[in-house]
Design a protein around this ligand. Sequence first.
Ligand code: HEM
Length: 239
Amino acid sequence: MMLIEGLVIAVLLYSVLADRIKQKPTAFYTGTYALTAFVVAYYLLGWNMKVPGVINKWGMDLFQRGALSTATFIVVMFLGTITKHNRFSTRLLKIRGEISIIGCILAFAHNIIFGVVYFPMLVLNPQTLDGPRKMAAILTIILLVLMIPLFLTSFQCIRRKMKPKAWKRLQRLAYPFYYLIYLHVMVLYGINARAHILDIVIYTAIYVLYTILRLRKYFLMKKKKQARARTSAVQQKTA
Ligand code: HEM
């Protein structure tokens, strides 16, 4: 259920703040860094144990467990499946780069809070990790290796320095990154699938819907391209 809560908050927040995020992206990045630093301190210094559980359950855990950052990545990827944009989706589309940067910064809190536990275990005492957790930890290293270049090249100042083709090619890493998040979650939830059955169904439904919509756009664009090629071939012949 945490992902649904994350999606509602992400869509509401980004659509309401779209103009301001476009005008002052650096201010929002700085604010998100500060929030991420607070979340890391909140959990690593044990402040989460000193507050009523409901604050964690419906609030802070969204950041700790990576649900809000993943909800942000889901919004970014679904924007790429739309063939005809309306006013609402156009509002989000114009800040697609900015919200993917915010999503990455939010993910750092999750990576640090769990990374300080899992990475030393993986490197120094791998035998203490059972199969699924070892696999999950290795998957997260691949996730980070993919996320960092995507994060950095989303900044306009870096993007401008790259050739458009090279930039576009690098952005294709977003697909393996996106699907690896699903695998990461399924490997972890598979450890106790019964307890996480609702989350497993929600993640799977969202990823299946995304895959169908993305393939639909791909084939529609391909058909359009072929029709255009045919028309211009006919025009050249008759010219
Ligand atoms: C960009 C990288 C990452 C993303 C996007 C990501 C995303 C997620 C998501 C969406 C969940 C499920 C949250 C939920 O709905 O309950 C999750 C769970 C988890 N992740 Fe990650 N993760 C990343 C990296 C990491 C890293 C680096 C580690 C640790 C080394 C890690 C450890 C965990 C653990 C232990 C859980 C289970 C949490 C729980 O059940 O409370 N993740 N991750």
